[in-house]
Design a protein around this ligand. Sequence first.
Ligand code: PPS
Length: 297
Amino acid sequence: MSENRKVVHRSTAVMAKGILLPDYTASNIEAVCAFRPDPSDFLIASYPKSGTSWILEIVDLLLHNGDAEICRRASLSVRAPFFEMSDRLGCQSGLDMLKEMNPPRIIKTHLPFQLIPSGFWENKCKTIYITRNAKDTVVSYYQFQQMNLSSPDPGSWEGYLQRFMHGRCLYGPWYDHVKGYWEERKKRNILYLFYEDMKENLCREVTRIMRYLDLSLSDDVINRIVELTTFNNMKENPMANYTFVPKEIFDTSISCYMRKGEVGDWKNHFTPQQSAEFDKVYETKMKDVNIPFRTEL
Ligand code: PPS
């Protein structure tokens, strides 16, 4: 992002290829869909606010044998470009950043499965999908859209919750997003992870990611990576906590990127009525799959 930029205009949400996207993503979508990855590239996919940055940091550390200094070589958004981000906000686009990097590259995306370029599957790129229970996701997303002054205005919490519940938020319906990758995970060899499992036992999940990446690191290195990627340690890491984003874009007087990092924070935001209505809609939308989400630990 340009440091000179003082006024940031909130983007609008537009339909592109059947999915509601921020205009700074929609404007780029044709070029994004035509991208050809290298077989060694890694794709980290998620619905927003599901723990993407957590996985990006872990993968970078795993690929660098847990070397904290190397992983502070640049901000997370430089180490792991946001694939579909255009240059509309005055920053380099994800595609341009990727052009300047040598594979293997860590690529972050929030695109639903159907918009991922087929080259990722043809080239058998390692892909990790991270997901999180819908209630904590919508709370985190709402707080984030309030503080991220480049994103569309989220409006009131009640209105936002209604839009999320009925599948009218950015990146398409949450239900379709999590189902899309779930249904393809075996065929495409996608590692499908849950935020709640990471909170429950980070060492177990980091080890699982290590194995998926065909790496073999010592217990000491794994323990170091676990320590470096706890919520508190990532929150203190200026290369991972998004304080590198100018205040004109992320207004930290409203909320922080590394906000709470908990399972079950939704209980502090949903009224009992909202929770009951949400559960009812959720049951209908998710009745065709059995994805083991947990809303508390
Ligand atoms: S984004 O902008 O969509 O890519 O955001 P994303 O990184 O997917 O999700 C942000 C939420 O993940 C939390 N987070 C963590 N939780 C626990 N441990 C670690 N290390 C960690 N790193 C990020 C972050 O705090 C956001 O969740 P909330 O609930 O808002 O705190």
